[in-house]
Ligand binder design. Structure first.
Ligand SMILES: [Zn+2]
Length: 332
C-alpha cells in the first residue's frame, strides 16, 4: 500500500480497511475533510484515527448512505464536523424516511445523523485546501456521488467500482434500470481520465484505464443478466450480515434469511419461493467458499474486522430522533 500512497499528494491520507468498513480518505488543510466514515461498530476507532491524523474535522462527505460509509457520522458530527451528502439522501435523512441508508431493508445498523450540506451534481466543494467537484453517479444507490479533483486528477468513486468489481445494484428497490444507470455513471467517470482512482473498498487500481474497462464489462453483464445481478446483490448482502454478526449459528441462518425484506424481494424477482432462494444462496456460497461453517456458525470467509454485538444496537432510521432545523443550523 506504500506504493499506492506514494502516488497521492501529501495532503491526502488514504487508509485501506477491510469490510465492514469503507476505506478512509482524509483531505488535509484549512478545512480538514473525511470521505466516508466506516461502519457504526468501528465509529470510535474511526474518530480516534481522524483526530490523530487531522485534528478537528470540518466536514464528512458521504459517497452514499450504505452502513459501511456513514457509520461514523453520528460520532464525528457530535465532535463538531458537518455532514455532506447527496441532496436526495439529505432530504430522506431529514425526513427520517424509513428507507434511509437502506438500513432496515438490509438489516445493517446506522447511528442517527443529520445532513448539514446537501450536494448537487457539478457543485464545487472546498475539502482540505483543494476544490473538488461533485459528480452524481447513481446506480449502486440512487443518491451515489463521486468526487473529482481536476488539478491532481484524483477521482473518489465510492462503490461505483473497485479494482476487482463494480458495486451491486438493487433492482428491487431502484428498479430494473439500476444496472444501466450504474453503467452510464461508469462511462461518465471513465471520461474524466483520472490519474488516481480511490475506491471505497480494496486497493487503488494500478491502472485506472484498465480498471474502468473491466468495470464497464462487469456492469454490462449486470445489465444483460438481471437475474445474475439479483444473485450478486444477495451474496453481498448476506456476506455482510455474517461479517457484522461474527457469523450466524447454522440453525438460525435460514429463519434469519426468510425474515429479510431483501431476500423476499430477490425471490420475487427470480420467481422463486424465499425458502428455496435462501437454501440455494447458502449452498452456493458454501460451495464457492465465500462462506464456511466453523464451530456451528456460518461465517463469511473474506477478510473482515470483528464487530461487538453491543455496537449493533442502534435504532433504525424510522426511530431516530427528529432532525430539527435548529439542530442542523447550529452546525457549521
Ligand atoms: Zn455501498
Amino acid at each position: 500500500m506504500a506504493g499506492e500512497a506514494e502516488k497521492l499528494p501529501a495532503w491526502v491520507t488514504w487508509r485501506r480497511r477491510p469490510f465492514p468498513d469503507a476505506n478512509l480518505l482524509l483531505l488535509h488543510g484549512r478545512r480538514p475533510a473525511l470521505v466516508d466514515s466506516g461502519f457504526v461498530g468501528h465509529a470510535a476507532e474511526t474518530a480516534d484515527w481522524v483526530r490523530a491524523h487531522a485534528g478537528d474535522l470540518s466536514l464528512v462527505v458521504n459517497t452514499h448512505w450504505h452502513s459501511d460509509h456513514v457509520g461514523g457520522n453520528a460520532l464525528l458530527q457530535a465532535g463538531g464536523a458537518g455532514i455532506a451528502a447527496s441532496a436526495p439522501d439529505a432530504g430522506a435523512v431529514a425526513r427520517r424516511d424509513p428507507g434511509c441508508c437502506v438500513a432496515e431493508y438490509l438489516d445493517q445498523p446506522v447511528g442517527p445523523y443529520t445532513v448539514d450540506v446537501p450536494l448537487h451534481d457539478g457543485q464545487v466543494l472546498r475539502l482540505g485546501d483543494a476544490d473538488w467537484t461533485v459528480v452524481s453517479t447513481p446506480g449502486h444507490t440512487t443518491g451515489h456521488l463521486s468526487l473529482w479533483q481536476p488539478e491532481e486528477r484524483l477521482l473518489v468513486v465510492g462503490d461505483a467500482l473497485s479494482d476487482y468489481d463494480v458495486g451491486w445494484v438493487n433492482l428491487a428497490l431502484d428498479g430494473p434500470g439500476a444496472a444501466a444507470t450504474a453503467l452510464a455513471s461508469l462511462h461518465r467517470l471513465a471520461d474524466l481520465r483520472p490519474r488516481s482512482v480511490l475506491p471505497a473498498h480494496g486497493p487503488m487500481p494500478a491502472d485506472p484505464g484498465a480498471a474502468f474497462a473491466a468495470a464497464v464489462r462487469r456492469a454490462q453483464r449486470l445489465v444483460d443478466d438481471p437475474a445474475g445481478a439479483v444473485w450478486y446483490g444477495a451474496r453481498r448482502i448476506f456476506a455482510f450480515a455474517l461479517m457484522i454478526r461474527g457469523g450466524i449459528p447454522a440453525a438460525e441462518v435460514e429463519p434469519y434469511l426468510h425474515a429479510r425484506a431483501w431476500l423476499t424481494d430477490a425471490a420475487r424477482l427470480l420467481g422463486e419461493a424465499p425458502e428455496a432462494l435462501a437454501a440455494e444462496l447458502v449452498d452456493g456460497m458454501l460451495g464457492s467458499g465465500a462462506i464456511a461453517l466453523r464451530e456451528g456458525r456460518l461465517h463469511a470467509t473474506a477478510d473482515h474486522t470483528p464487530v461487538t454485538p453491543e455496537s449493533l444496537r442502534v435504532p433504525y432510521p424510522r426511530a431516530w430522533p427528529a432532525a430539527t432545523p435548529a439542530e442542523a443550523a447550529e452546525r457549521p
